[in-house]
Design a protein around this ligand. Structure first.
Ligand code: 5GP
Ligand code: ZN
Length: 121
Protein backbone atom coordinates (compact mmCIF):
# COMPACT_ATOMS: atom_id res chain seq x y z
CA UNK A 1 0.00 0.00 0.00
CA UNK A 2 1.32 3.41 -0.94
CA UNK A 3 0.85 5.26 2.31
CA UNK A 4 0.70 3.95 5.87
CA UNK A 5 -2.84 3.95 7.21
CA UNK A 6 -3.44 6.19 10.18
CA UNK A 7 -6.43 6.04 12.47
CA UNK A 8 -7.98 8.33 15.04
CA UNK A 9 -9.71 6.27 17.74
CA UNK A 10 -12.34 8.98 18.29
CA UNK A 11 -13.24 9.39 14.60
CA UNK A 12 -16.59 8.10 13.32
CA UNK A 13 -15.33 7.76 9.75
CA UNK A 14 -12.28 5.77 10.89
CA UNK A 15 -14.78 3.43 12.55
CA UNK A 16 -16.71 3.15 9.28
CA UNK A 17 -13.45 2.37 7.43
CA UNK A 18 -12.74 -0.35 10.00
CA UNK A 19 -16.22 -1.84 9.59
CA UNK A 20 -17.11 -1.08 13.21
CA UNK A 21 -20.13 0.97 12.10
CA UNK A 22 -21.89 -1.10 9.44
CA UNK A 23 -22.16 0.92 6.22
CA UNK A 24 -22.83 -0.27 2.69
CA UNK A 25 -19.87 0.79 0.61
CA UNK A 26 -20.84 1.89 -2.91
CA UNK A 27 -17.18 2.13 -3.91
CA UNK A 28 -14.02 0.76 -2.37
CA UNK A 29 -10.43 0.26 -3.33
CA UNK A 30 -7.09 0.15 -1.51
CA UNK A 31 -7.16 3.80 -0.48
CA UNK A 32 -10.74 5.08 -0.78
CA UNK A 33 -14.26 4.10 0.27
CA UNK A 34 -17.64 5.70 -0.47
CA UNK A 35 -21.00 5.28 1.21
CA UNK A 36 -24.34 7.11 1.26
CA UNK A 37 -24.79 9.99 3.69
CA UNK A 38 -26.92 9.05 6.71
CA UNK A 39 -28.80 12.37 6.40
CA UNK A 40 -29.11 12.96 2.63
CA UNK A 41 -29.54 16.51 1.34
CA UNK A 42 -30.32 15.34 -2.19
CA UNK A 43 -31.62 12.14 -3.84
CA UNK A 44 -28.00 11.19 -4.45
CA UNK A 45 -25.74 12.11 -1.53
CA UNK A 46 -22.58 10.11 -1.04
CA UNK A 47 -19.41 10.64 0.95
CA UNK A 48 -16.06 9.68 -0.57
CA UNK A 49 -13.31 9.32 2.01
CA UNK A 50 -9.73 8.12 2.30
CA UNK A 51 -9.14 5.05 4.46
CA UNK A 52 -6.39 6.99 6.18
CA UNK A 53 -7.25 9.70 8.69
CA UNK A 54 -6.65 13.22 7.37
CA UNK A 55 -8.48 15.98 9.23
CA UNK A 56 -9.87 17.88 6.22
CA UNK A 57 -8.90 19.38 2.88
CA UNK A 58 -7.16 22.26 4.68
CA UNK A 59 -4.78 19.71 6.18
CA UNK A 60 -3.93 18.11 2.82
CA UNK A 61 -0.25 18.21 1.92
CA UNK A 62 1.71 17.89 -1.28
CA UNK A 63 2.31 14.18 -0.71
CA UNK A 64 -1.49 13.66 -0.58
CA UNK A 65 -1.81 14.67 -4.24
CA UNK A 66 -2.27 11.15 -5.62
CA UNK A 67 -4.79 10.38 -2.88
CA UNK A 68 -6.81 13.51 -3.66
CA UNK A 69 -6.94 12.55 -7.33
CA UNK A 70 -8.04 9.06 -6.29
CA UNK A 71 -10.88 10.62 -4.27
CA UNK A 72 -12.05 12.68 -7.23
CA UNK A 73 -11.87 9.70 -9.58
CA UNK A 74 -13.80 7.61 -7.05
CA UNK A 75 -16.42 10.38 -6.85
CA UNK A 76 -16.81 10.30 -10.62
CA UNK A 77 -17.28 6.52 -10.45
CA UNK A 78 -19.85 6.98 -7.65
CA UNK A 79 -21.70 9.50 -9.86
CA UNK A 80 -22.02 6.82 -12.53
CA UNK A 81 -23.07 4.25 -9.93
CA UNK A 82 -25.74 6.57 -8.51
CA UNK A 83 -27.05 7.45 -11.99
CA UNK A 84 -26.19 11.16 -11.93
CA UNK A 85 -23.17 11.25 -14.24
CA UNK A 86 -25.27 12.67 -17.08
CA UNK A 87 -27.77 14.79 -15.10
CA UNK A 88 -24.98 16.43 -13.11
CA UNK A 89 -23.65 16.58 -9.60
CA UNK A 90 -21.69 18.71 -7.19
CA UNK A 91 -18.55 17.78 -5.26
CA UNK A 92 -18.05 19.66 -2.00
CA UNK A 93 -15.32 19.90 0.65
CA UNK A 94 -16.63 21.57 3.82
CA UNK A 95 -13.99 23.30 5.94
CA UNK A 96 -14.64 24.92 9.29
CA UNK A 97 -17.64 26.42 11.08
CA UNK A 98 -19.09 28.63 8.33
CA UNK A 99 -19.15 25.63 5.99
CA UNK A 100 -20.84 23.52 8.68
CA UNK A 101 -18.06 20.96 8.88
CA UNK A 102 -19.11 18.39 11.47
CA UNK A 103 -16.84 15.41 10.82
CA UNK A 104 -13.09 15.90 10.96
CA UNK A 105 -12.03 13.08 8.65
CA UNK A 106 -11.52 14.25 5.07
CA UNK A 107 -14.64 13.60 3.00
CA UNK A 108 -15.85 14.68 -0.39
CA UNK A 109 -19.61 15.13 -0.65
CA UNK A 110 -21.28 14.11 -3.91
CA UNK A 111 -24.72 15.67 -4.33
CA UNK A 112 -27.07 15.16 -7.25
CA UNK A 113 -30.37 13.83 -8.46
CA UNK A 114 -32.10 17.24 -8.37
CA UNK A 115 -31.32 20.76 -9.55
CA UNK A 116 -28.87 22.26 -7.05
CA UNK A 117 -29.08 25.91 -6.05
CA UNK A 118 -26.18 28.22 -6.81
CA UNK A 119 -24.82 29.82 -4.75
CA UNK A 120 -25.50 27.23 -2.04
CA UNK A 121 -27.30 28.51 1.06
P1 5GP B 1 -19.66 17.74 7.05
O1 5GP B 1 -20.71 18.69 7.52
O2 5GP B 1 -18.63 17.43 8.11
O3 5GP B 1 -19.03 18.14 5.75
O4 5GP B 1 -20.44 16.39 6.70
C1 5GP B 1 -20.48 15.26 7.49
C2 5GP B 1 -21.54 14.37 6.90
O5 5GP B 1 -21.40 13.07 7.45
C3 5GP B 1 -22.97 14.83 7.19
O6 5GP B 1 -23.64 15.06 5.96
C4 5GP B 1 -23.57 13.68 8.00
O7 5GP B 1 -24.91 13.44 7.68
C5 5GP B 1 -22.67 12.51 7.62
N1 5GP B 1 -22.52 11.50 8.64
C6 5GP B 1 -22.17 11.70 9.93
N2 5GP B 1 -22.10 10.53 10.59
C7 5GP B 1 -22.40 9.56 9.69
C8 5GP B 1 -22.50 8.14 9.80
O8 5GP B 1 -22.28 7.51 10.83
N3 5GP B 1 -22.84 7.48 8.65
C9 5GP B 1 -23.08 8.12 7.48
N4 5GP B 1 -23.40 7.36 6.41
N5 5GP B 1 -23.00 9.46 7.35
C10 5GP B 1 -22.67 10.17 8.45
ZN1 ZN C 1 -10.80 9.35 10.81
Amino acid sequence: MAESLTRDETCVFCRIVAGEIPSAFIFEDERVIAFRDINPEAPAHALIIPRTHIRDIAAAEAHDGDLLLALVQAANAVARHEGVAESGYRLVWNVGPDAGQAVFHLHLHLLGGRPLQWPPG
